[in-house]
Design a protein around this ligand. Structure first.
Ligand SMILES: Cc1ncc(COP(=O)(O)O)c(C=O)c1O
Length: 384
């Protein structure tokens, strides 16, 4: 039995396991919406590579978005080489042996602290980069501390008390990032706080980057409120606005296909052992934590069978509980995790030497294209 209830017809003989499968049509749907938001609100939307960096899709992204944001030298390199543009940089810290190279291939740079600005801004200025400071509004509605840049004592961004009233001449922009998977009402409230705390400085710059965490492509996202909020903010401060979502680009654009390799029964607890790992391939499930959707899994009921899904690393906690199926799982069944494109490929690791999932695209014409298969060399090349 293949667990594929509610799942589009896929020819599993063509899809290796494990494999991330991006649905091209779903990505286009997201990009079209983001393009519409850019036009209606009069802003630029960049792709944050930290959340989505599947470079085989960059030609498509370029048609709709206004560039990309990088948080490291390697992401900036990827932007320059594969996206064909200089990146907007925003990293918590720039390191001295990378600053020359990273500023050669970037158009904008945001400094996370005054000391980083003092140390490196002259290098950026000589190369005509647009310079910004990251501010920390100390207001956030993010409930999980792991994802909250505004926790007391946060190392991310300059708090209002520490930002000079008069900004240095070279500072052309401000940047904040304090949202995570949030709707436009959170942005509205956040902007009010930003105005209260940084109103003076907002009048001295020409652009504001409102970071990521805007869940633009989620079904209940209030686009109209976003557009109205941004329009009135722009009118008041005469600023260009930039947003840099990562998750919203890859949101609900594909799956991670895996296969049951064994079923273990211990003290009545059944674990379906897979050829993927939560720890190595879906780390947010354990970190956030959140319970991923699996095609064919149902609500618990009298006739359902309960399973843990087990990862194939030796980490004792590499499993998740409470998946219920109407039929017993068998070796060879496909377990398909939904919405596994953003913050997965960019975070995978080879702990235990496990193979990285392949990467493929379900094209708009229904055909499947394998774009990457990983092997032993990928594991070996990370060690010496
Ligand atoms: C500075 C910055 N910009 C953008 C993003 C992207 O956020 P998201 O993927 O939630 O939209 C992040 C995520 O951590 C971030 O730290």
């Amino acid at each position: 039995m293949i667990i594929n209830k509610g799942f589009p017809n896929l020819d599993f003989s063509k899809i290796p396991s494990p494999c991330f499968v991006l649905n091209e049509q779903s990505l286009i749907r997201n990009l079209e919406l983001l393009q519409k938001i850019q036009k209606q609100a009069g802003i630029k939307i960049l792709c944050a590579f930290k959340g989505f960096a599947m470079w085989s899709t960059f030609p498509l992204l370029r048609k709709y978005l206004s560039g990309a944001t990088a948080s490291s030298l390697h992401e900036a390199n990827l932007c320059f080489e594969m996206y064909g543009e200089k990146a907007h940089l925003c990293a918590p810290v720039y390191v001295d042996n990378e600053i020359e190279e990273i500023t050669n291939i970037s158009s904008h740079i945001t400094f996370n602290s005054i000391s980083q600005f003092e140390r490196f801004s002259s290098i950026a200025e000589k190369k005509n980069l647009q310079i910004a400071l990251r501010i920390n509004p100390e207001y956030s509605e993010v409930e999980t501390d792991l994802y909250n840049p505004c926790v007391p004592g946060s190392r991310l961004g300059i708090i209002a008390d520490d930002l000079p009233d008069i900004l240095p001449d070279s500072v052309k922009g401000l940047h904040f990032h304090s949202l995570c998977e949030q709707n436009s009402d959170t942005l509205e409230r956040t902007l009010k706080v930003v105005e209260e705390k940084f109103g003076k400085q907002l009048r001295q710059v020409s652009w504001l980057n409102i970071g990521g965490g805007h869940h633009f492509t989620r079904k209940d996202y209030d686009v109209n409120l976003f557009v109205e909020t941004i329009k009135s903010f722009k009118k008041k401060y005469k600023l260009d606005i930039i947003a840099e979502p990562g998750e919203a680009i890859g949101w609900e654009t594909g799956y991670l296909v895996s296969t049951v390799q064994d079923v273990i029964n211990s003290h009545g607890i059944k674990t379906a052992m897979l050829d993927v790992s939560f720890s190595a391939h879906m780390p947010d499930c354990l970190e956030m934590p959140y319970h991923p959707r699996v095609f064919g899994a149902v609500e618990s009921g009298t006739n359902t069978i309960s399973y843990r899904l087990g990862g194939h690393t030796c980490l004792a906690g590499d499993f998740m509980s409470n998946f219920h199926f109407e039929q017993p799982l068998e070796i060879g069944d496909k377990i398909i995790f939904d919405d596994m494109i953003h913050y997965t490929m960019v975070k995978t690791n080879t702990f235990n030497g496990v193979k990285l999932p392949s990467i493929g695209i379900l094209k708009s014409d229904g055909s499947f294209k394998l774009v990457k298969d990983f092997g032993y060399e990928d594991y070996k090349s990370r060690l010496s």
